[in-house]
Structure formats: structure tokens, C-alpha cells
Design a protein around this ligand. Sequence first.
Ligand code: NAD
Ligand code: UGA
Length: 476
Amino acid sequence: MISEALNYSKKICCIGAGYVGAPTMAVIADMCPTILVKVVDISIDKITRWNSKSSDDFPVYEPGLSEIILRCRGKNLFFSNDIDEAITTSEIIFVAVNTPTKTYGEGKGMAADLTYIEQCARRIAQKSKSNKIIVEKSTIPVRTAQTLNNILKTNESKCKFQVLSNPEFLAEGTAVEDLSKSDRVLIGGEDSKDGKKAVKELVDIYKNWIPEEKIITTNLWSSELSKLVANAFLAQRVSSINSISALCEETGADVNEVARAIGSDSRIGNKFLNSSVGFGGSCFQKDILNLVYICQSYGLNEVAEYWNNVIKINDYQKNRFSSKIREKLFNNLNDKDISIFGWAFKKNTNDSRESASIYVSSNLLLEGAKIRVYDPQVSSNKILNDLKYLFESKNINDDQISALLKKVKISGSIEQNAKNSNALVFLTEWDEFKVINFSKLYKTMVKPSFIFDGRKILDIDKLEKIGFDCYEIGKK
Ligand code: NAD
Ligand code: UGA
């Protein structure tokens, strides 16, 4: 299929075809038509779906992504399970595999699990027959490049490897836009002649579409650490405003007004001050826990505790929200029907990892409620598995888990989700929720009918006029 391979100016590959690997490589392929880009993965299902004729089958939903893939696939962008072939034929290898929180052994529940990163390094060391640049795209603990170098040294052909850190800052739901118009690209490399040469090679790729002044080069450790710190700072802003939302509810201040007032100070800035039911996603919690673990391992306990509080406020916010639902429904949720709107951790993604919906729904189920869920992108299987996984982590036994899951129904439409329900609970800010005909839904619901807006997307005054009893975060 790649018959004209010799005509490409450069051959690169990415190990890991997930939320980062696939969009990142698709944008590189689109911006650099002369570079051959291969995206490889161990998952046969994922690669089959990336190669599907219909973009509806692609494993990741991201606005604008399918157009790029359909444009470049088969020209200079290829998805494959042949990892060894990609390793041997590529000059630059990006590693974008998952680095989840460890679920076992030393650092369980906090440290990053580097199993998949290590697997990639071993495979690269075994298969390489020529010199290569290895790019850490995954988010990893500071000093991981040292581990990679130690593994890569075992290569029998005595190839030379240069490890670079090039963390990814894209946010899901806006991945293509973030990649196309990045605020900055960060590249860390070894402070040596070969290191600098490798950094330049990667800079030259990005220069095809990113202005050079936005490409920051640093030493390896600053680059690795900056990724964890960037996520910690962003999450800290959300937890800071969420902590204030609780105070607003007590005092009569309005968290939106507070956010606007403080955000207009250019030193503070107005982004990431949307109070919510709590942040979710695959990275904020994982990366902060990792940062906390790293600080602890250097004996920096106060620093660790400082960042751990960002997670604590997030847990507090999710639990506070489900408690509000219980309190308003007369302190009794037993056998009541609650409609959950939104399962994804934010709009415009089919990703539900660490979504606040999972935690709020699990609390409601444990209070005896029956729930129905509507989300335009997340599959039924994923919703049920997310709940099952959380219950298992709470050591709930199998019989109890199946009884709890029997109380979960997945709805095919907004109307079906609301009918005969006691309360509508909005947990993802999908645009289609903002234009719901609430008067129509109200007529089909049990009275009194409640609305809980965990995303501050609804017009509460209008809803109260219809007859709903409403709760909005950060407002009395
Ligand atoms: P993901 O789970 O969507 O994708 C990872 C892929 O790697 C999976 O498809 C998996 O099958 C594959 N994989 C695992 N081990 C492999 C191996 N040995 N060989 C080949 N393939 C293998 O994960 P993701 O969300 O894309 O995240 C990847 C990394 O990027 C993580 O470190 C994450 O912290 C970081 N990151 C994620 C985001 C995001 O928005 N999701 C943004 C920035 C950085
Ligand atoms: C985040 C960062 O924004 C990316 O820069 C980073 O690359 C990525 O993590 C990563 O390392 O994985 P992402 O998790 O995809 O991206 O999404 P965000 O837009 O950051 O939202 C995270 C969570 O915070 C969501 O649940 C969102 O709803 C919530 N949030 C965000 C708020 O509650 N309020 C806000 O003001 C902003």
C-alpha cells in the first residue's frame, strides 16, 4: 500500500492510537504531506475501527478529526497493528500509550503505571536496526527519559537513540483546533550535540505550521515536569472556583459573578473559572496524583499535601452535588427515578474516563435511586462498565453490583430519559441540552419536578416559571 515510500521526506510513527496518538498524527500528516506517518497499536479492534470506511466507527469522537483522517488516510497516514514494521522503518518514533494510575504494588492509587511505556521501549530496543529519535508524547513522571535510555541501551545493533520529551497539551473536544493552533509546543532534549540535533529535527516538523516563537525548547526534565505542572495548575483553578461555589451558596454571592469579577483582572485571567460538578477526564486526577507521589518520594510532604487538596476539593464537589439531590428530594431517594443528562466528562467527546457523572450516579444508586442516562456520544456498554468498575473498586460484591446495575437504564432520547422521572440532573454541558423544550418535559414528569444543573448551562429563572424546583451550583 505504501509503494511510493521512498519518496517521502521523512518516516515517522506513533505507538498508541488513542485520544492523543491518532489526532496528533493526523494533524502532522495533514500539515506535512511529504512525511509518512504510521499510527500503530496493539488493539486490533481500535485499528480496525480507524481503518473503517465510515467515520461513525472511529474509536474517538473529536470535532474535525474524521475529515482530516478521510483526507490523509492511505496517502501519508496509515493505521496498522504491525508495530515492529513501523519501528524498523521510522526515523522518529512517538510514544503515546496510556500511563494510568497504578492499581497495584508500590505507589498504588497514585504513581503512574509505566508498564506500557516500558513495553514500547523494550520493543524499540529489540527491533531497531538504525539510529532513531524517540519522542515521549505520553504524560510521564519527571526523569522517565532516563529509564527509557537505560532500556534502549540493550539494543544489540548498537543503534544510537535520542530521547526527547514533547508533552501533549491538547484538550479533548477541541483536539484538532488545539493541535492546529497550539499556544505552544514544548520540546525537551539532552544538552549535547546529538541532543540538540534531535531537538532541531522535531522543531523542523512543527515549524511546518506552528510559528517558531511558539516552540519552546528546554532540558528533558523541565519538559517532563512542565506537563504535570500545567495540568495541576489548570485543575487547581477549577477546584479553587468550585470551593468558592460552596461559599456562594451559603452567602448569597453568585459564583458566576465572582468568576467574572476576578477573571477580569488580567493577572488572574478569565479561563478555567467555570464552576461545575467537578473536573473529570483521564488526566487531571491521574497527573496530580502522580505529582503528589513524586513530591512524597522526595520527602516534600507539604508540597504533596498542597496539590492533594486540589483532588480533595474535587471529590468534595462531586459528593456535595449528589448530597444536594438527596436533600432536596426530601432526604429520600429510595426507588425514585432520576434522569442523568450527560455521561462524557465534558462536551464534544465520547470519553467518560473519571467523569463526574460516574461518581454522582454511583452515589445516587447507593442511596436506592433508579437512574436513566442519556448521552449523545457515550455507548451503553461504557456507561454500565464505568459504574461496574467504580463499584468493584469500592469492594462491593458481585451480587450487589448486578442488583445496582439493574437499576440503570440507558435512554435513546431526551424525552424518554425525562418521562415519569422525579428529577433531571445535568452533568455534561452538551449544546443540545441548552435548547431542550422544558415545558414539554415538565408535563411528563412526577411532581414536584426537580432540576439540578451541574454545569450552569440552563436558564434557571425560566425553569422556575415553568414550575421546576431548581438547584444551580454556586447560587443560593
Ligand atoms: P488511550 O488509552 O486513548 O490510548 C492509548 C493507546 O495505547 C491504546 O489504544 C492502547 O491500546 C495503546 N497501547 C498501550 N500499550 C501499547 C503497546 N505496548 N504497544 C502499542 N500500543 C499500546 O490514551 P490517551 O488518552 O491517548 O493518552 C495517552 C497518553 O497521553 C497518556 O499518557 C495521557 O496522560 C497523555 N495525554 C492525554 C490527553 C488526553 O486528552 N487524552 C492529553 C494530553 C496527554
Ligand atoms: C486537560 C488539559 O486542558 C489539556 O491541556 C491536557 O493536555 C489534558 O488535560 C491532558 O493532559 O489530558 P481535558 O482533560 O481533555 O484536557 O479537558 P479540559 O477542558 O481541561 O477539562 C477537564 C475537566 O475540567 C472537564 O471535566 C471539564 O468539564 C472541567 N472544567 C474545565 C471545569 O469544570 N471548569 C472549567 O472552567 C474548565
